[in-house]
Design a protein around this ligand. Structure first.
Ligand code: PMP
Length: 388
């Protein structure tokens, strides 16, 4: 049968989005493709809530969007504060250092966040050019509130860069009001498009800092000097060329952004919130420990939970796969074999999560774990009733 893909990206995509991938590939300078690209840039501003931001759509994965932010904004010797809640914080540090940044790594204890007080203390101690935040670290399922951090960044004249790969279009984001300078993502997560697009919106301040660089951007492909004229041209509905855009993926992106606009971003974020909360209730009812230490710091786009003691993880995941449900193992090297992850973003519905809980219960029972069949489905439904 057809498997239900419930990993934290790539996700299950809407049929219309997949159909868009299959259209005969158009010229990247054909008028109707120019229209689609221009629309996509405009629709991104709505999702990011960044009316004056500069959107970029470039072929590549989410890591390219991180690379692009670092390459364009960082120069040799710049100080960067990296706020980390897991694996992807470490990646941002590595990327920043590749461009010559001197980094300070503020790491939260596992399953927790760094306090705004701790961040302010660091920002006070020396002048930072930029700070990075991982909105949802996909390795831990920890959710960070970017708003107070972005405000602190403003106060100390530091650029704020949000890795929103696992959050944009699933968690609440208000780029302009919060004062975030860069918000970036990849297509395969809550934006709901197959893997292959790096998406980023830069604030006017970020663009100003980039324009006033002293040194050239040390990355040819990621250089905004190459891409800014292209984004401007598509938005003005003019043909232009730097690197061939991923035509079919961009048609799919426009399709998905229109679906998001029809649902409405607020409703979409609420749907993620209500389903995630109910899902955690289901997981907890089976006495599985959730990795984030509290509901406030638990992501609404994925859940990370420890295997019950005595259960071998890989075997459990393959038993779950026998029910045609695909979940993900751990990612954080230190505890990789001790926990697993379930993605619930994009088109996710109660149906999908009932299927996950059902498959999980069955696999636990087959593994000899004592649970009452249906318990997590009941907990899930009871919590959903409360949020209606
Ligand atoms: N940051 C976060 C928070 C992510 O979840 C991911 C992907 N799992 C990345 C960055 C990297 O994105 P990609 O795999 O598309 O390069």
């Amino acid at each position: 049968g057809r498997k239900l893909l419930m990993i934290p990206g790539p996700i299950e995509f809407e049929p219309e989005v997949l159909q868009a991938m299959g259209i005969p590939t158009n010229s990247h300078v054909a008028p109707d493709f120019i229209e689609i690209f221009g629309n996509s840039l405009e629709l991104m501003r709505e999702v990011w809530k960044s009316p004056t931001g500069q959107p970029f759509i470039v072929a590549g994965s989410g890591t390219l969007a991180m690379d692009m932010a670092a390459a364009n904004l960082i120069e040799q010797g710049d100080r960067v504060l990296v706020i980390s809640t897991g694996y992807f914080g470490q990646r941002f540090r590595d990327i920043m250092e590749r461009y010559g940044a001197k980094t300070t790594f503020l790491e939260a204890p596992l399953g927790e966040v760094v306090s705004p007080e701790g961040i302010e203390k660091e920002l006070k101690s020396q002048q930072y050019k930029a700070l990075t935040i991982t909105h949802v670290d996909t390795s831990t399922g920890v959710l960070v509130d970017p708003e107070p951090i972005a405000k602190l960044a403003r106060k100390y004249n530091t650029l704020s860069i949000l890795d929103g790969v696992c959050s944009v279009a699933g968690e609440k984001i208000n780029q302009e009001e919060w004062g975030l300078d860069v918000v970036l993502t990849g297509s395969q997560k809550a934006i709901g498009v197959p893997p292959g697009l790096a998406l980023l919106v830069a604030s006017p301040k970020a663009m100003h800092v980039w324009k006033n660089r002293k040194s050239p951007v040390a990355n040819y492909y990621a250089d905004w000097n190459n891409w800014l004229p292209i984004m401007k041209a598509y938005e003005e509905r003019r043909p232009s060329y730097f690197g061939t855009p991923a035509v079919n993926l961009i048609v799919a992106l426009e399709t998905s952004l229109k679906i998001i606009a029809v649902e409405g971003i607020e409703k979409r974020v609420n749907r993620h919130f209500n389903l995630a909360k109910a899902f955690r209730a289901g997981i907890s009812s089976l006495n599985l420990e959730i990795l984030p230490k509290s509901d406030e710091v638990a992501a609404n786009t994925l859940t990370a939970a420890y295997y019950p003691s005595g259960i071998e993880g890989a075997a459990l995941l393959s038993k779950i796969a026998q029910s045609e449900v695909v979940l993900a193992g751990g990612l954080l090297p230190e505890i990789k074999t001790k926990y697993f992850r379930i993605g619930h973003m994009g088109s996710v519905s109660a149906n999908d999560l009932l299927a996950v809980l059902g498959a999980l219960e069955l696999a636990l029972l087959k593994s000899g774990h004592q649970i009452e069949p249906g318990k997590s489905l009941q907990a899930f439904q009871q919590q959903l009733l409360k949020s209606d």
